[in-house]
Design a protein around this ligand. Structure first.
Ligand SMILES: O=C(O)[C@@H]1C=C(O)[C@@H](O)[C@H](O)C1
Length: 152
């Protein structure tokens, strides 16, 4: 059975494509998910998606992931990156490795976006690569959980 990876997108990422496209691009959330699905197919991993504008819903989804035997999480916490101890505690509370992804380079933006409550616990942090960051994260996550051999 294919190893399963969960992709979580946080608040306002449902607006991708129209929300500040100069920063976040013109691809929609559907476009992003379709690109990730294509990569997943080549890696023989099963990928699930979840997007919510609500911190508690994301926390609940992480709890359920543990029961579902999800083997890795790729998360763009969006604004919750910079605010949420609860999200940090949820990720620390399950034994699922996670990769933190940001579409924009948060370190070149407002000061308040330079801090993440999650990064020190992440396997990897990818930012500033646009939606390619999700594809890179999926490839790395698949390797990390042994779903594919490390690139030669
Ligand atoms: O670049 C991103 O994907 C992140 C997305 C958001 O919505 C912001 O609140 C973060 O600060 C950055």
């Amino acid at each position: 059975m294919a190893k399963s990876i969960l992709v979580i997108n946080g608040p306002n990422l449902n607006l991708l494509g129209t929300r500040e496209p100069a920063i976040y691009g013109y691809d929609t959330l559907d476009d992003l998910e379709n690109k990730v699905k294509t990569v997943a197919g080549s890696l023989e991993v099963a990928v699930q998606f979840f997007q919510s504008n609500h911190e508690g819903a994301i926390i609940d989804r992480i709890h359920v992931a543990q029961k579902e035997k999800i083997e890795a999480i790729i998360i763009n916490p969006a604004a919750l990156t910079h605010t949420s101890v609860g999200l940090r505690d949820a990720l620390n509370g399950v034994s699922i490795p996670f990769i933190e992804v940001h579409i924009a380079n948060v370190h070149s933006r407002e000061e308040f976006r330079h801090h993440s409550y999650l990064s020190d616990k992440a396997v990897s942090v990818i930012c500033g690569m646009g939606i390619f960051g999700y594809e890179a994260a999926l490839m790395y996550a698949a390797q990390h959980i042994g779903a594919c051999r490390p690139e030669q």
